[in-house]
Ligand binder design. Sequence first.
Ligand code: URA
Length: 242
Amino acid sequence: MRLDKFLCDAGIGSRKDIKKIIKSGTVFVQGFSSIRPETHIDPENDKVFLNGSPVAYKKFIYLMMNKPKGYISATFDKRLPTVLDLVPEEYLHYDLFPAGRLDIDTEGLLLLTNDGQLAHNILSPKKHIPKTYFAEVSGKVTDEDIEKFSEGVIIDGDIKTKPAVLEILSAGEVSEINLTITEGKFHQVKRMFEAVGKEVIYLKRIKMNALSLDESLPLGELRELTDDEVKLIKEGISYEEI
Ligand code: URA
């Protein structure tokens, strides 16, 4: 790996800043000053120091986004803005992608990472990773709906959903609910409510596995997960190689 990419991955600064830093002679690789950004290094084993302090290599990055409406969960689209359009430049050199999809009009917790194995494991239908959504639903959500969702409902004529946990927060002309599902079928939450004759008018993901959305994170912003939060998103997942 090139020295400038290594320092960039370690979060030292932008490519431009890093070029300047390297040229200034303050970066040492295996004990020798290195002033060439293209110097080849072994990221796992070489000792790199900046201003006398060791630089730790960061292979994987995990970002929590509070996704706003109007963005699609993809890395590229010809017509529509994607969640990657909201990622600050300092993270763009990682090959980030969203681990999971939220509809264009859904808000809330979206994990962006370059860790393909984690994404695969979170999204694998075999793993039954719980995802919790808050929704506003037009119509009165009832105990009967709780019962039906706990047994699974038929969406799209022949597909039966896995048992889901519905919690009613308030019930009226518009009801507020939390729903935990362990699958990720297309428009699943919206279609589950359609199956019981109701319409989701606002949807926000608030939890994935044991990781909750940081409610202090403004819509459209993101931040790196803490080490504890990385443990929460991975909790209980037995790793499967991809
Ligand atoms: N279910 C939906 O209907 N939409 C989402 O964005 C996520 C789950």
